[in-house]
Design a protein around this ligand. Structure first.
Ligand SMILES: CC(C)(COP(=O)(O)OP(=O)(O)OC[C@H]1O[C@@H](n2cnc3c(N)ncnc32)[C@H](O)[C@@H]1OP(=O)(O)O)[C@@H](O)C(=O)NCCC(=O)NCCS
Length: 334
């Protein structure tokens, strides 16, 4: 069966840097609290609606296509992972097809939040392995800042999230290239309401929301049971890593670089400790970007590659956990 390789990668970040001290001015929080609990020093937030989820995705995708040496007519399929799409419908994948001038190829939107990139990687891998597609554009992009409540009421969620996009071009491997070795995907819907934005959706429609806001919490803001999410994340991510290692007949000592979804520096540290890995083998950039959800892994991969920390031939392990709950991992030779 054909293997899937990452032929190109790229990222895009809005220019506007929001530091913890900027947040101190608009809510009751402190740089000390945020850094101690999450490791985050600053994040990027789109200013004045200068970007959209799909426009950031397109910019990241262009860089990935350039690195892959591919043009619009070479792309056979688009997968767009996001929890913050441009529109309620249609999805953002079709906007990428339009704005990048791709042929009338299929465009699939994935709604798996922080695990969206891992899910997308696994889905793309199946299409390439079976020979259905040769080059797939996979994008993870989030425009969180528009929905965050920028006051003390929203502080436990707002300080964590940032905007940004990452993209990869996945292609059929040539002779001798290894690429994706194993992936896994999981979900546990009994905890769907532990991390969510309730509406507007068919469960709670716009007029209901407007009515409720007059006497209650606005339900279109993100809700997160932080402690509960944290406990599950530090259990599920190691489980998923072990699963992809076992499937490949490898051990954690074989991993050259681990890129965990950037949810919280303490979560990454606990995953690192679980496998007794050295600091050089685990890549984190949450300190400067916050949690960019579906964008976090491809943005981190791009940065690690640009900094020479991720090299061709490295055994790369990726893992994510998030709303749903959903989680997963991927093991690949980069
Ligand atoms: C959100 C998170 C950082 C909160 O850290 P925590 O140690 O669990 O803190 P708690 O929620 O218990 O809150 C502790 C106190 O800090 C307060 N607090 C919350 N946010 C605050 C902020 N931004 N600044 C200052 N104080 C804050 C709380 O009100 C609470 O005060 P209280 O004790 O007087 O009630 C942490 O739970 C977390 O990272 N969870 C996982 C999040 C995640 O990964 N989400 C994405 C999924 S991929």
């Amino acid at each position: 069966m054909t293997r899937t390789i990452i032929k190109g990668l790229g990222s895009f970040l809005p220019d506007n840097v929001v530091t913890n001290s900027d947040l101190e001015k608009i809510m009751d929080t402190s740089d000390e609290w945020i850094q101690e609990r999450t490791g985050i020093k600053e994040r990027r937030w789109i200013s004045n609606r200068s970007e959209t989820t799909s426009s950031m995705g397109c910019k990241a995708a262009k860089k990935a296509m350039e690195m892959a040496g591919l043009g619009p007519s070479d792309i056979d399929f688009v997968i767009f992972a996001t929890l913050s799409p441009d529109y309620y419908f249609p999805g953002s994948g079709v906007l990428v097809q339009r704005d990048l001038g791709l042929d009338n190829v299929g465009a699939l939107d994935l709604r798996n939040q922080c695990s969206g990139f891992i899910y997308g990687l696994s889905v793309a891998d199946q299409f390439i392995k079976t020979g259905m597609y040769k080059n797939i554009l996979l994008i993870g992009s989030e425009f969180h800042s528009g929905a965050l409540e920028k006051s003390t009421n929203g502080r436990s969620v707002t300080v964590i999230f940032g905007d940004g996009a990452g993209a990869v071009v996945l292609s059929a491997a040539e002779e001798g290239e290894k690429g994706i070795i194993s992936t896994c995907m999981h979900s546990q819907g009994e905890h769907a309401e532990a991390l969510m934005i309730k509406g507007p959706a068919t469960g709670v429609w716009v007029d209901e929301l407007l009515e409720k806001e007059n006497y209650g919490e606005p339900e279109w803001r993100p809700y997160m049971n932080g402690n509960f999410v944290f406990k599950h994340a530090v259990t599920r991510m190691p489980e998923a890593i072990q699963e992809v290692l076992d499937a490949a007949g490898k051990s954690s000592a074989d991993i050259d670089l681990l890129i965990p979804h950037q949810a919280n520096l303490r979560i990454s540290a606990m995953v690192q400790k679980h496998f007794n890995m050295s600091d050089e083998k685990v890549f984190n950039n949450i300190q400067h970007l916050g949690n960019t959800t579906a964008g976090s892994i491809p943005i981190a991969m791009t940065q690690a590659f640009e900094e020479g920390k991720l090299k061709r031939g490295d055994l790369l392990c990726l893992t994510a956990f998030g709303s749903g709950f959903t989680w997963g991992a991927a093991l690949l030779e980069f």
